[in-house]
Design a protein around this ligand. Structure first.
Ligand code: C2O
Ligand code: CU
Ligand code: CU
Length: 481
């Protein structure tokens, strides 16, 4: 049944969706979110619960998902920098949950990590999140309990923080990109956390979606300039998108403004949890369509969606020539020369060299670890709970330089909570523009350096955002004290 659009023999079905005319519901665009400025008012309610999604059109099967407020993705939150955000989580799931505000540099107590920053929110219970939003940009939210399952079933949404002076574009659009592992009936495959996914590339899906909608095209008008905010909410899939006939310009990564640049080889690479803000000038011809292809996995390229041009005459004769430069966020600049250095070694997984590691203060061989569902280690230590003793303690206010080595056979998108870091070097060479990021992708064998000022006090998770890797041990706690 689930064969509406089978692509390139991989069984991968493209059900990417365009935004026109189905523009997702927007909450409180430009500060209109009823409660944001007034702490006495009613907060936004976020209600994770079972729901249904139709990935295959009105004639296809529907899929039981878990989602916020009855839709996938959950509500698209818009707020302005500096405003106070308030959300009441009401847990209607059959499991504990929390909400983590990915990429936002907010106080520790609001970070949503159960057992570390707050107690888990039990079924039927509530939790109020309230924080001031420090930075403009493209962020997102998701649970931090059983992520492989909860996020894998559809719990996530976009969190957009508007600039005071947004760049001049004709449209500002969010693309939430995900993949799903579905069975022949269109139901979510129940194989969460199986040993194969834990020890290899994580839970890769067989169906790709854009904003959870059921069409495969994104409509453009010739001549218009669009800001595309891409968010990869997949458990494990890395996307590398190629825009046929177009030259998108990257203006922000992981929410933070970057020097505007064309992506390397024209490929917009989005690891799990990664974001990219693109400026896309619609330089195509009215009535034509152009492919957006995903080419990350060599044997599994597929057409992700079509850029479909309307017949309307071009909005303007030639593209706008004003470059788009976003105003910087107030992140302290690291002083690399005065940095405290730390070595971080990622090890384990299938085809890796890890023989043993420390689990709960006990040295265990890799077979015993695997029997306990643990196959990855950071500096020889397997994470087994979120309130682990800190692996590293950072002096507050000082620049930290993490030198991270991927001694495994798989790529890992490594994410740090509570901070953004500059991506300084890769394999000994400096990274152009040293972009600010919160999730950095390491290819097998990579050695990279990231630098940041540890200015946010608390115990912060550092983990692989392939959720199966995190759950199988690839996580640590860094304390800023
Ligand atoms: Cu998206 Cu621990 O994070
Ligand atoms: Cu995070
Ligand atoms: Cu990983």
């Amino acid at each position: 049944m689930v064969t509406r659009r089978t692509l390139l023999g991989t069984g991968l079905v493209g059900v990417a969706a365009g935004l026109l005319p189905g523009i997702p519901e927007t909450l409180g665009h430009r500060g209109a979110l009823a409660n944001t400025a007034n702490p006495e008012s009613i907060p936004l309610e976020l209600k994770p619960a079972k729901g249904r999604a139709s990935f295959f059109g009105s004639d296809g099967p529907t899929t039981e998902v878990w989602c916020y407020n009855d839709r996938v993705p959950g509500p698209e939150i818009h707020i302005s920098r500096g405003e106070t955000f308030r959300a009441l989580l009401k847990n209607n799931l059959p499991q504990d949950t929390t909400i983590h505000w990915h990429g936002l540099r907010i106080p520790f107590a609001m970070d949503g990590v159960p057992g570390l920053t707050q107690p888990p929110v039990r079924p039927g219970e509530d939790f109020l999140y309230e924080f001031d939003v420090p930075d403009a940009g493209t962020y997102w939210y998701h649970p931090h309990v059983r992520g492989s399952e909860q996020q894998g079933r559809g719990l996530y949404g976009a969190f957009i923080v508007e600039e005071e002076e947004p760049p001049l574009v004709d449209r500002d659009v969010v693309w939430v990109i995900d993949d799903w592992r579905l069975d022949e009936t269109g139901a979510i495959h129940e194989s969460f956390g199986n040993g194969m996914d834990l020890s290899h590339a994580g839970r890769l899906g067989n169906v790709a979606t854009l904003n959870g909608l059921d069409s495969t095209s994104f409509t453009l008008r010739a001549g218009e300039r669009v800001r595309l905010r891409l968010i990869n909410t997949a458990n494990a899939r890395i996307f590398a998108l190629r825009f046929e006939g177009h030259r998108p310009i990257v203006v922000a990564l992981d929410g933070q403004p970057s020097v505007p640049h064309e992506p390397e080889n024209g490929l917009v690479v989005l690891p799990p949890a990664g974001r990219a803000d693109l400026i896309l000038d619609a330089v195509g011809e009215p009535g034509r369509s152009y492919a957006v292809e995903d080419v990350f996995y060599p044997q599994q390229n597929f057409r992700f969606l079509d850029l479909l041009y309307s017949e309307s005459r071009p909005l303007r004769e030639s593209p706008l020539d004003a470059a788009v430069v976003l105003g910087a966020n107030p992140i302290p600049e690291p002083l690399v020369t005065e940095a405290k250095r730390h070595e971080i070694l990622l090890a384990g997984g299938a085809m890796g060299g890890l023989r043993s590691a420390l689990l709960d203060n006990e040295t265990l061989d890799i077979r015993t670890l695997a029997q306990r569902g643990k196959v990855w280690a950071i500096n020889g230590i397997v994470s087994h709970r979120s309130d682990m003793d800190p692996l590293l303690v950072f002096e507050r206010g000082r620049t930290q330089l993490l030198s991270i080595t991927n001694d495994t056979a798989f790529p890992h998108p490594m994410h740090l909570h509570g901070h953004s870091f500059r991506f300084v070097t890769r394999n000994g060479e400096s990274v152009p523009h040293a972009p600010w990021m919160d999730t950095v992708l390491l290819a097998p064998g990579d050695r990279i350096e990231v630098a940041f000022v540890a200015d946010n006090p608390g115990d912060w998770l550092f983990h692989c955002h392939v959720l199966e890797h995190m759950e199988a041990g690839m996580a640590a706690v860094f304390r800023v004290a």
